[in-house]
Design a protein around this ligand. Sequence first.
Ligand code: NAP
Length: 277
Amino acid sequence: MATQKDAEARATKGTALITGASSGIGAVYADRLARRGYDLILVARDAKRLAGLAERLARDTGRNIDIVAADLTARPDLHRIEERLRSDTGITMLVNNAGVGATATLIDSDPDSLESMIQLNVVALTRLTSAAVPGFVARRHGVVVNISSIVAVAPELLNGTYSGTKAYVLNLTQSLHHEVSEQGVQVQAVLPGATSTEFWDRAGTPVSALPEQIVMSAAEMVDAALAGLDQQELVTIPSLPDAGDWKTFNDARLALGPNLSHNHAAARYGVAAHVAA
Ligand code: NAP
C-alpha cells in the first residue's frame, strides 16, 4: 500500500533541464533528480543514448522524461533550448553540465577546437542561464547548477583554455548568486576533480593514465554535489575534506577588494600621478 511518503516522493518538484545528459555526470544527475521527484528534459547530441536513458528512468521512477537532441555549439539548436527554458514555466532547475575539455597544451591545440570548447562551455552555458533565470526570478523559485571544475582554481593543470572556461563558470556563478540569491533563486558551482567518465577519452588522455587515488566515480561525485546543494553551498568541491579551506581562499580574495581600484597606481610602481579624464 502506498504511504504518504511515497505519494510525496511521487509529487513532482517541477522539471529539471539537464545538458550533456547522454553520459557521465549528466546521466547520473538525470538518475538522481528523477528519483528526487523531478520530471526531466534531457539534452545532448546523441538522441539514441538519450532515448535509452529516458526509457529506463521513466520505467524506474514513473517521471515524465523528455529528450531533445541538440548540438549546443550550433546556434539554431541552442536557440531552441533557450526558447524552451523561456516558455516552459514548469522548469524549476537548470543543470548546465554539457562540456568538453582538452589535455594538450595551448601551442599544441587546434584553435578551431578551442573555439568550439568556448562555444559549449561558456557561450551555451551563458545563453541557457540567461534564458532560464528571468523566469525563475519572476516565479521566485528556481535552481541553477553549473558544472565547473577544480581547474577553475588550478590553471596549471590541463589545457589553459579549458581551465579558463571553467574559471568563467565559477565566476559567473558567484556573480549570479550575488545578483539573485535574495530573489528565490539558488545557484551552485560544482568543481569536480578527475571523474571517471568519457570526458578523458574525448579530451585526449585515457582516464586509466591517471593515478587511481585522484579519480572519483561519477555517481559519488554527483551524490556529493547534490548533498552540497542540499546544504545550500554556493561552491561545492566534492573532494575537499575541509570546507574551511575554501572559505580561507575566498576570504583572501575578498580581502583584496578595498585595494583593487584606486585613483592612483600603487606607490611601489613609482609612476607620476595623472588625473583620470
Ligand atoms: P562526458 O561523459 O564526456 O559528458 C559530456 C556530455 O556533454 C555528454 O552527454 C555529451 O553528449 C555532451 N556534449 C558534448 N558536446 C556537446 C554539444 N556540442 N552539444 C550538446 N551536448 C554536448 O563527460 P563528463 O565528465 O560527464 O562531463 C560533464 C561535465 O563535467 C563537463 O562540463 C566537464 O567539463 C565537467 N567536468 C568533468 C570532469 C571529469 O574529470 N570527468 C572534471 C571536472 C569537470 P553528446 O556527445 O551526446 O552530445
